[in-house]
Design a protein around this ligand. Structure first.
Ligand code: ZN
Length: 326
């Protein structure tokens, strides 16, 4: 029988990244498509299927060689039922992505949360299996994460574990969060949180340089702009970054006390773009907050795989399933 291949898909709100690899892990083709969430779940489903066909074509392989497809999607989702329960970025509710894609492609399909798969990618490929247990925290527009225990994703009862962004940090009076709660880590330390705080300050006349750089329009202020001005020494921008780092450190300290991890990997767009500003303060606060015996040993690492972590993790999952692993 000719060697079989697998496909991994990282489904995001704006991009679909997909890759094809052999069963040893060698990546043979990659495709990047716009998600076009406005086309609805059916439209996106067909775009994913289209990317799988394009990968096979690029690699010059017939369909019969494809052994299976693993998809990382925004959650919450249930990896056992294969249903995306809610994906606000995509506007989906209770969409049976796994079964629909399997019916379309006529191959086995596996579904997991995108941050879980990024965690698996970092543990298995990024850090080459050096630590069997690992926590992955992604700081971007929001905050998410993944828990790897003994080389496996920890899912919780219904696939919802590792929603690190929604641990309560400020119990009363904290900013509102997309989840409906207040004072969540995500509402205090994410890129979205920094953006919101910067815009608020600009409207209140407390962030002149930011407002000027945004051509007088507070809504033009982005986390990237806050980082840029913080690097130039702008005091309000520095204060916004310090605040986010402080809250992120509290969140990380809680995780250290809960899991006693050997290593925490930090990924996501904000970590990639302004980790130099954010991480030293966050790490100091984490070590201050966590119990001394636990805080002393934990290693904080920047993501090795960056924006490819989810894709790499989906390929790891697909290979593992095809090779008969858990
Ligand atoms: Zn929340």
């Amino acid at each position: 029988m000719p060697a079989r291949v697998v496909v991994g898909v990282d489904l995001g709100g704006s991009k679909i990244l997909s890759g094809l690899s052999d069963l040893q892990g060698k990546v043979l083709a990659e495709v990047r498509l716009d998600t076009c969430p406005e086309s609805g779940p059916e439209g996106v489903l067909h775009r994913i299927a289209g990317s799988v066909h394009e990968l096979l074509q690029q690699a010059g392989l017939p369909r019969e060689r494809l052994a299976g497809v693993a998809v990382g999607a925004p959650g919450p989702l249930n990896p056992v039922t294969g249903v995306v329960r809610e994906a606000p970025n995509l506007g989906w509710r209770d969409f049976p992505l796994r079964d629909r894609l399997a019916a379309l492609l006529q191959v086995p399909v596996w579904l997991d949360n995108d941050a879980n798969l990024a965690a698996l990618g970092e543990q298995r490929v990024g850090l080459r299996d050096q630590w069997p247990d690992l926590l992955y925290v992604t700081v971007g527009t929001g905050i998410g994460g993944g828990i790897i225990i003994n080389g496996d994703i920890y899912h919780g009862a219904a696939g919802g574990a590792a929603e690190f962004g929604h641990m309560t940090i400020v119990p009363e009076g904290g900013p509102g969060c997309g989840c409906g709660n207040h004072g969540c880590l995500e509402s205090l330390a994410s890129g979205g949180a920094m953006e919101r705080e910067a815009r608020r300050r600009a409207r209140d006349g407390q962030a002149e340089a930011l407002l000027q750089a945004a051509e007088g329009e507070p809504d033009n202020i982005t986390a990237r702009l806050v980082a840029e001005l913080a690097r130039q020494g702008d005091a309000p921008s520095l204060a916004i970054v310090r605040m986010a780092a402080y809250y992120l450190g509290i969140g990380l300290g809680n995780l250290v006390n809960l899991f006693n991890p050997a290593v925490i990997v930090l990924g996501g767009g904000i970590t990639a773009g302004m980790g130099d500003l954010l991480l030293p303060g966050a790490e100091a606060e984490m070590r201050r907050r966590a119990m001394c015996t636990l805080a002393g040993d934990v290693i904080l690492r920047a993501s090795v795989l960056g924006a490819r972590a989810g894709l790499v993790g989906s390929l790891v999952l697909a290979r593992r399933r095809v090779n008969g692993g858990r």
